[in-house]
Structure formats: structure tokens, C-alpha cells
Design a protein around this ligand. Sequence first.
Ligand SMILES: NC(=O)c1ccc[n+]([C@@H]2O[C@H](COP(=O)([O-])OP(=O)(O)OC[C@H]3O[C@@H](n4cnc5c(N)ncnc54)[C@H](O)[C@@H]3O)[C@@H](O)[C@H]2O)c1
Length: 287
Amino acid sequence: MRSTWLAQGIWSTDLRRPGLGAPVSDRISRQGAPSRYDVAMLKDRVALISGAATGIGEAVARLFASQGAHTFILDRDLAGCRKVAESIVSAGGAATAFGGDVRRRQDIAAWVEGAISASGRIDVLINNAGVYPRQAFLEMSEAQWDEMQDINLKSMFHAAQLVLPHMVARRAGKVVNISSVTFHVGMALLTHYVASKGGVIGLTRSLAREMGEYNIHVNCITPGAIKVDAEAKVVTAEQVQAWMASQCLQRRILPIDIARVCLFLSSELSDGMTGQTLNVDGGWVMH
Ligand SMILES: NC(=O)c1ccc[n+]([C@@H]2O[C@H](COP(=O)([O-])OP(=O)(O)OC[C@H]3O[C@@H](n4cnc5c(N)ncnc54)[C@H](O)[C@@H]3O)[C@@H](O)[C@H]2O)c1
């Protein structure tokens, strides 16, 4: 196989390079000339990321900016969102903060128009904002059910409808929707949440079918139990232990682990993929 690849000229540079598998920074310093995948995978791309004041969204924004993207980040916590943007900019990246609630179409429209008027296009949309309050099903009010669907699922309807026309016009784009591994396993006290996250997978698959002819990729990530600050409000130490027992990898999966897969799905490395759901859960669910 290796000789076939070499004969075709594919991978030949990488296969001959010493130190492949070493950390990227190490490979760059040892070899001087990095391949085009070693740096700035999103150079000059315009990326919209929702729910970026903390947690997974913040990690995505920081990673994307470090890879050359101009990030337009939105959160209902405007102060937190501004802090993230300022810290990205002071590290040499590009970020613009927007305050807004993803339930409100007009807030999303202002975010999209802000990015278009500043940059003229949108390359990547990361639909990440979401909430996960626990509630017993028999005591759940209709308002609680509706709020969950509005934040976690209907928000993606608004964002996709407002962003996709810009991608269709350019015949290019990457959309990544954040679902949850709980869709695969089911979870007590989270019926409203798991239903919304199943909807995200359905939306992803059907949008991929509808958008493929325009070269727009729509994929989805199902994170496992990710160590974020918000976890402390809803999760006990025993639950964390039980999750660890279900994972193959014996470490907590972090926001950066999800951000890296977002980067893969937002870059040309995933150009052959659409409609897919990638599990990033330390080997909890396998399918
Ligand atoms: N943390 C996990 O273990 C985990 C696992 C699976 C899936 N997810 C999903 O990942 C996404 C991010 O989760 P996280 O753990 O980083 O959460 P988080 O609470 O740390 O961050 C979520 C961010 O979204 C923002 N947000 C919430 N509702 C909003 C709204 N209506 N409008 C605008 N912004 C809003 C919050 O202010 C916050 O900054 C969510 O969709 C969540 O369901 C998380």
C-alpha cells in the first residue's frame, strides 16, 4: 500500500518526513518548512460561532482564531462574549463579539449581517449555543419543553436559514451543528434535551441532502460528557464517575477535544463528508 501511495505521489512527503506523529509545533521547528496543514487551517475564513462566551463555543472560537479565521461570536452573555473576543484579539487573532439570544431571529440576523458587512462572506457556521437543565418528565411544563426546543433546535433553523443564502451564492460552506451523545443513549431527566438533540441530527441529515448541490457541507458532532464550568450546576461527582466508567479513554473529554473536531469539519480535510454525526465522547458509544 505504501509503495502505491508513493508511486502516485500521494503522501510521499509526509511518509518520508521524520517525526511525523510528533506535536505540530515540534515538527515545524525540527523541519523548518511546515506542510500547508500544519498552520492556519482556516486562514482568512469567516466563521460564525454561537454560544461562545464559555465552554465548547469559547474553545472553538479560540482554536479557529488561532488557525487564521475571523471569528464572529454570539452569546446572550455579551460581557463574557466580549471578554473572549478581546482575549483572542490580544493574542493576535480576529474576533468580533455580538450579544443576542439564539431564540430571537432578529438577533441572529444582526449577527449574520454584521459578519457580511465586515467580511463580505461567511464560510463556516458553528451552531453550538445550548442549555441542559434537568427536569423530571412528569413535572415538566409545556413552557420548559418549548424553551428547550427553541434554544437547542429552532435556533439552528433561524441560523441556517439566514446564513445559507450567502453560502449558496458562493457555492461553498461548512455548517457544524452540536448535538449530544445523550441522543444515542437516552438520559433520564433530559427528555426535552435529548429530543432536541435528536432533532439536530435530523436537521443535519436533511439539510445535507438539500444543500449538497451547492457544495455546502452540513455535519454534526455528538459530544460526550465534556468538562465545562456549567457542569457543576447539574452534575454530581457520582455521575462523573459513572461516565468515566463508560468511557474507554480514562480522562475527561475537554472543550478543546470538541473544538478540534469542529476544525476538521470546517476545513478542507473533511471535504468528502456531509450529513455525518461524529461522536466525540472518549469511546463511550460505538456504532
Ligand atoms: N458539556 C457537555 O457535556 C455537552 C455534552 C453534549 C453536548 N453539549 C452541547 O454543547 C453545546 C455547548 O455546551 P457547553 O457545555 O459548552 O455549555 P456552556 O453552558 O458552557 O456554554 C453555552 C453557552 O451558550 C450560551 N447560550 C445559552 N443559551 C443561549 C441563548 N438562548 N442565546 C445565546 N447564547 C446562549 C451561554 O450563555 C453559554 O455561553 C450545547 O449545545 C450543549 O448541549 C455539551
